[in-house]
Design a protein around this ligand. Structure first.
Ligand SMILES: [Zn+2]
Length: 694
């Protein structure tokens, strides 16, 4: 498919074949791409992009060729610029000419491509993911983060769909079946941040205190869930803008939840995409809210998008900073104890990694996300303690203002801090940036500045103490328990004699603290008769985690009441993955004599949830329950074949494992053989591969 029609130019064929195609370690030394103007038309059914794009670049050093990355398979047409040859070679689009320094050139062409990566076509949505996947799979651009470009892109999409993309929407033109949405960016950014998402969305617009328009998108069918899903959005925005001390740098801010998104969130410039698993009602908010991801992606709009790393050696400047500022935003919303609790949790993980000898330095380009995110946040927490709030804030402000729209290294940041601090930070740098081990003692000294952590440590230190010696202390702490201390006490009651723990459990139940009660739901397998009615009250708690666990435990412990519990929980959906509904269907199916006539509908509903109409986290649970029940039929097997080719690798691997297990069984192997004539080409090819594999 690598067709190329170069219009006749003054080049002879020979010179085209021998252009240097020299890949500078940094092409940024010879050329600066200034702008991309493009019209992109994604075709949902054909899973294809048709586009025209115009590139303007300034030559910095005399050369005979510059390139754009083009990772996908591109078909180029109608090249406009007779003096520059355009050649597709080695996953790059080369512009070849006798380029002169300080001159600006423009080249335009049309192209078609069917991206296999970075742009995903779902049944009713199309969305992109640039970071880690490369935007140049669908839009020829620069994979290197060091060339920042102003992207002004228009998209042609079906009239009944909505689009979210970078920058400001400046025009929508209606052409009957399709509409053209034109977006404008005022400033340059790295290509990995170029993005768009098409779907059936509605939006609610709110305005920050600094007058930035924040567009909160949601699937049109979920209008009742906007408030809990986006709870605290304005407060987080105002807080971060004030805390960072530099105005939000882009024209507006949009957020959109996407089906089967690859990550929790992605900070595309002015257009954050996030997983629709974060769409919650008020009960779901308690256990799985978007607050942390909301703040994390917003912080990236400064740390990553405005000031960008030169390479992964400086990845801390993106992820460590976004994680730290998200933690500060959570402190603002949930309080200081929560902040210290999260620091303590990550310190425990980092310490155990470090003790295994697997600690990583923050400037290690191959470090794990635990290091970049959590150790990265710790490094900033410690830095701030060391130099004080006002110097820290001054340094951050200077750093951003100096390097905005540019690229940076860790040293550039440290120098700014040293400048504001008036002293060198040699020890700090050694301990927190260059050192692979986690500095546990420094972390501990910092943690015990929190009264709450001190109280928690007093209780957690009692784990080996006989129950008789700690009952009085537990009793006192459970009167108005703290979320985390209360949970710790409940976990210390497991396996202790009921004669001693009964009054403590009653106190814990009566505390009415949703997290303390959740700890009971998650830790108590055998429910004593004396606590039966207390335990039953967990079914009414405002937590879908608690409800699911309580339903399962009650069903097992009190078989005579199975129907009563099922009746009580009938119709409750739970989180976005329908955790309670699916568990309920499973239990209803295996409960003898329960709604016998409806059982076939229950199974039908469960099978329905395996279909690609539903998000992968719903399908995953459904496939799991059908696996337990071992009731595969034609529909669920077809859906399993589809799931085994999913774009999200975790779900794909999960489904393939089930698939492989079924192939061991002659009965299912035969059923798969029978499906052959029904499948589309891709699925058929995949099925044949799986059948031969075994
Ligand atoms: Zn991040």
């Amino acid at each position: 498919m690598k067709l190329l029609r170069v219009k006749p130019s003054f080049f002879c064929l020979l010179s085209l074949l021998f252009f240097s195609a020299f890949v500078f370690s940094q092409q940024t030394e010879i050329v600066d791409f200034i702008s991309v103007k493009a019209v992109v038309r994604p075709l949902l059914k054909e899973k294809k992009i048709i586009a025209n794009a115009s590139y303007t670049f300034k030559i910095l050093k005399k050369c005979d060729s510059v390139y754009l990355d083009a990772k996908g398979i591109f078909l180029l047409k109608n090249i406009k610029n007779h003096k520059i040859a355009v050649i597709l070679k080695n996953k790059k689009i080369w512009f070849v000419s006798n380029f002169k320094p300080n001159q600006t050139y423009t080249v335009s062409f049309e192209y078609e491509t069917s991206p296999k990566k970075a742009l995903y076509f779902l049944d009713h949505q199309i969305w992109t993911q640039g970071q880690g996947k490369y935007t140049s799979n669908w839009l020829p651009s620069i994979d290197d983060m060091n060339d920042k470009i102003e992207f002004d892109i228009s998209y042609i999409i079906p009239s009944d769909k909505t689009i979210v993309a970078n920058g400001k929407l400046v025009a929508v033109t209606d052409n009957g079946n399709v509409k053209k949405w034109s977006f404008n960016m005022e400033h340059p950014m790295s290509s990995y941040l170029v993005s768009f998402a098409v779907g059936d969305f509605s939006k609610k617009t709110i305005v920050s205190s600094s007058n930035i328009h924040m567009e909160l998108y949601y699937p049109t069918s979920d209008s009742l869930l906007i408030e809990p899903t986006y709870r605290y959005s304005k407060r987080i925005f105002d807080f971060l803008e004030n805390e960072i001390g530099v105005d939000y740098p882009w024209q507006n801010y949009k957020q959109v939840p996407l089906k089967d998104f690859l990550y929790a969130g992605m900070e595309n410039t002015s257009a954050t995409f996030f997983s629709d698993a974060f769409i919650v009602d008020s009960i779901g908010f308690v256990d799985r809210n978007y607050v942390n991801v909301n703040a994390h992606e917003l912080a990236h709009q400064w740390f990553g998008n405005l000031v960008t790393e030169t390479s992964s050696e400086s990845h801390w400047l993106h992820e460590g900073f976004a994680s730290y500022y998200a933690l500060l935003a959570e402190k603002e919303v949930f309080g200081e104890d929560y902040y210290y609790w999260k620091l303590f949790q990550s310190a425990e993980q980092l310490q155990s990694l470090s003790e295994e000898g697997k600690g990583e330095a923050l400037n290690n380009p191959k470090a794990s996300s635990l290091t970049f995110y959590e150790k990265g946040a710790w490094a900033l927490h410690i830095l701030r303690e060391k130099i004080g709030d006002s110097i820290f804030k001054k340094a951050i402000k200077n750093y951003i203002e100096k390097y905005q729209y540019k690229n940076v290294r860790i040293d550039d940041f440290i120098i700014e801090v040293e400048h504001a601090y008036g002293k060198e930070l040699i020890e700090y740098k050694k301990d927190w940036i260059l050192q692979s081990a986690f500095k546990s003692e420094q972390a501990y000294q910092s943690l015990i500045k929190s009264n709450f952590i001190n109280e928690y440590f007093k209780i957690s230190a009692l784990r080996e103490t006989p129950i008789t010696l700690k009952m009085a202390e537990f009793g006192k702490a459970l009167i108005f328990p703290d979320d985390f201390i209360g949970q710790e006490i409940v976990y210390q009651l497991i396996n202790e004699p009921l004669s001693l723990t009964l009054p403590l459990y009653k106190k814990a139940f009566n505390s009415n603290n949703v997290f303390v009660r959740q700890a009971i739901a998650l830790s108590m397998d055998k429910i004593p008769k004396e606590l039966k009615s207390y335990y039953e009250s967990l079914l009414y708690d405002n937590s879908y985690l608690t409800q699911e666990s309580a339903l399962g435990n009650l069903w097992v412990n009190f078989p005579e009441n199975k129907s009563k519990y099922l009746d009580k929980m009938d119709g409750i959906i739970g989180f976005r993955d329908k955790n309670i509904r699916q568990f309920w269907l499973f239990l209803a199916l295996i409960t003898e004599d329960y709604q016998t006539v409806k059982k076939e509908y229950f199974l039908e509903e469960l099978i329905e949830y395996t279909s690609s109409k539903y998000a992968y986290n719903i399908r995953e649970k459904a496939l799991e329950y059908i696996g337990y029940l071992n009731v595969w039929n034609r529909d669920s097997l077809v859906n399993l074949i589809d799931a085994s080719q999913h774009h999200y690798w975790r779900f794909r691997d999960f489904s393939r494992n089930i698939f492989k297990g079924l192939l061991e069984d002659e009965k299912y192997r035969e059923q798969f053989m029978l499906l052959k004539q029904e499948l589309d080409t891709d699925s058929l090819k995949f099925l044949k591969m799986m059948l031969n594999e075994k």
